[in-house]
Design a protein around this ligand. Sequence first.
Ligand code: PBG
Length: 469
Amino acid sequence: MKAHLCHITYQLLLHRRPCSVVNSSAIITILYWRCDPQSGEFIVMASTIVNMPLNVGTIKGLDCLSHGKFNANALPIRPSVSSLPHRRMLVVKASTNDGPIKKLGMSDAECEAAVVAGNIPEAPPVPPIPASPAGTPVGTSVDIRSRPRRNRRSPVLRSAFQETSLSPANFVYPLFIHEGEEDTPIGAMPGCYRLGWRHGLVEEVAKARDVGVNSIVLFPKVPDALKSPTGDEAYNDNGLVPRTIRLLKDKYPDLIIYTDVALDPYSSDGHDGIVREDGVILNDETVHQLCKQAVSQARAGADVVSPSDMMDGRVGAIRSALDAEGFQHVSIMSYTAKYASSFYGPFREALDSNPRFGDKKTYQMNPANYREALIELRADESEGADILLVKPGLPYLDVVRLLRDNSPLPIAAYQVSGEYSMIKAGGVLKMIDEQKVMLESLMCLRRAGADIILTYFALQAARCLCGEK
Ligand code: PBG
């Protein structure tokens, strides 16, 4: 008898209306069923509970999506929705419709007396041991006590012992924006676009919110004519990023907007800082500009400013600048361990921000270094960072774990453009299963210790987690 496993998810369909319920969440129960081919009955094997933040809304209805061949509506489930004071909970009950099991109307004493008298009620026999194929070696039992496979032998046990979870709440969705009205595909990042800030962007954010991704980070493609050696466009209050923040905050007040703090999109040299004649990247002068940039973003309504420039002392300076302007509530996510990585290639194409000369090795970290991340961690902690980020992600899992083990602050991992593009390319060429590799890579970042993950897969992965794909 071959067990047919499939899973079913229940989803909350939400009205989109101005948020009255901020930070509400839904608990979605995913049930794994086995279909008994003899009786045709569905037997619950396991359930997984996903706690998803839902931005707004009332529950309009229930949509049942089946991933099996059978009709999900015929399943013996009675979905019911109950509301708790501060959250909406979806409870999917796995009870059957058979009704209560028939009783004979005997008292406890009569039942016991019947058993004592030898009239033992019937229960199904233990099923026979399934046959092994002919030729299977016999009497080959290995003399071991510890058998880790015991805890992996059924979906129920596996889900009971699963150590790490992945939820759309963990994702921050990086979005590229430009001044145009059309969305321009990014050649090196299949599925990613430079989004029109008033059109494509707003639609993309709405799609993400529908599946529980309510955090984004913005990256602007700035017209060449606005770039300069000192990157002053970075703190233009009416520049592309502040304008976009104001638009999004007006539409979605509970959306959490992260911004990038660095000069590269605004620098005619394509560097994160101001470049001196001899090619040296000026630290303190750059920090001065970054403070103005961060304040301008905060003024527009940014929730978390994220210095990705790797200048020394920028976190403390930005903290002081924000506080001086009354933005004590705005968080700083510091790119604590940002490596001089070749995995950023597709991103630089997306923003047309390749350095005009040289590389970023005098400010970004050497990929060969591990301990050095601790120096950056200590600086960022003492300067008042709220979140510590490691970048890239998957090739630097050891650094994610290092930060996790050495700081109580939340840790972020950035699955960068090159990591995204490799998975996409492998999927297109049918060398790997794109969806499975995507979810596994994200789970691994969580396992290594990341609380949140910046990933271009945010929407696609959240849709998978919600059972949409
Ligand atoms: C620049 C910045 C970069 C990325 C995020 N912010 C590129 C760089 O440092 O050259 C890369 C992100 C990615 O590759 O997905 N401040």
